[in-house]
Design a protein around this ligand. Structure first.
Ligand SMILES: Nc1ncnc2c1ncn2[C@@H]1O[C@H](COP(=O)(O)OP(=O)(O)OP(=O)(O)O)[C@@H](O)[C@H]1O
Ligand SMILES: [Mg+2]
Length: 279
């Protein structure tokens, strides 16, 4: 379980708090989507969960974050890293080796994974992300999307219980983005891995996430099940967050017909609603 209580944080060289009295509780096995406009504090929240705040980024820190009962302030960063695997928004700063395989080995060796187990872990993680063919490639020769996949595979190879991904599909095409979400769902459902993902592709996010947290100016302006949060579409739009088109569509349709209908979160629901209202 991850428990964030009244967390406020101002970066050492910052003037305004990046997070303000944030409280969120995530049960084991949750799948949380984090959305919000630029500068809302999404990345800062992921850093706090991963313990990089306050261990790596210092500043004024109030409140608490516990991960599986460990207070992230008191727990050494390397211990938190064994629980929480993070894919950074800035993938370039995450990748340190010149070749894909070395990049993955670096993490595995650092974690002291037994030698005999390493080849299997490598193959498994590359296969899951669908980049077995990139294993011997130099990082410099890869596209942005391929680098993103390498960063994801490197983290998966370490088998964290909690996965924090900060806009991991930013450079990926729609098909690869869906593949990553499908993989995350599989890890979440089959292995109970907790997934926390910051994502701009709202439609995809709403299809896969169980809960949503909407950040705005460092505060959590809404949190709850995807459908509950989308029901407050006006608030989200006021904060500069787009709702999935099907949600906007279903709200407009219900309004036009003067009926209150639950919001739709995917195409199937929008189709069913349309058919019902057309009868
Ligand atoms: N390393 C840092 N040092 C100082 N201030 C920072 C640092 N990182 C972020 N900030 C500030 O903290 C606030 C929240 O930034 P954050 O990166 O968490 O937002 P975000 O929601 O992830 O934005 P984006 O959508 O652009 O990725 C911003 O005002 C930003 O300028
Ligand atoms: Mg960010």
């Amino acid at each position: 379980m991850i428990c964030i209580q009244d967390l406020s944080f101002t970066y050492k060289n910052g003037t305004e708090p990046a997070l303000r009295e944030v409280s969120l509780t995530l049960p084991d096995g949750d799948f949380l989507g984090v959305i919000g406009p630029a500068g809302a504090g999404k990345t800062t929240l992921t850093r706090a969960i991963a313990g990089m705040i306050p261990h790596h980024y210092t500043g004024d820190y109030y409140g608490s974050v516990t991960v599986n009962g460990l207070d992230t302030v008191e727990t050494p960063l390397d211990q938190i890293s064994r629980l929480v695997g993070t894919v950074f928004q800035d993938v370039e700063s995450q990748i340190i080796s010149p070749v894909v395989e070395d990049e993955m080995l670096y993490g595995l060796e650092n974690f002291g994974v037994p030698r005999a187990e390493i080849p299997r872990r490598l193959e498994e993680a590359l296969g899951m992300v669908g980049i077995a063919d990139l294993r011997e490639r130099s990082i410099a020769s890869l596209s942005g999307g391929q680098r993103q996949k390498v960063a994801i595979a490197s983290i998966l190879a370490l088998k964290p219980q909690i996965l924090v991904l900060d806009e991991p599909t930013g450079e990926l095409d729609p098909r690869s983005s869906r593949q990553i979400f499908t993989l995350l769902r599989k890890l979440n459902e089959e292995q109970g891995i907790t997934v926390i993902i910051v994502e701009q592709k709202i439609m995809l996010l709403c299809e896969f996430a169980r809960h949503l947290a909407v950040l705005n100016e460092g505060r959590v302006m809404r949190q709850g099940e995807v459908r509950e949060v989308l029901a407050h579409a006006e608030d989200l739009e006021a904060a500069g967050v787009n709702c999935p088109r099907v949600t906007t569509y279903s709200r407009a349709l219900s309004a036009r017909l003067g009926e209150r209908q639950p919001v739709c979160v995917d195409l199937d629901e929008a189709e069913a609603l349309t058919r019902r209202l057309m009868k």
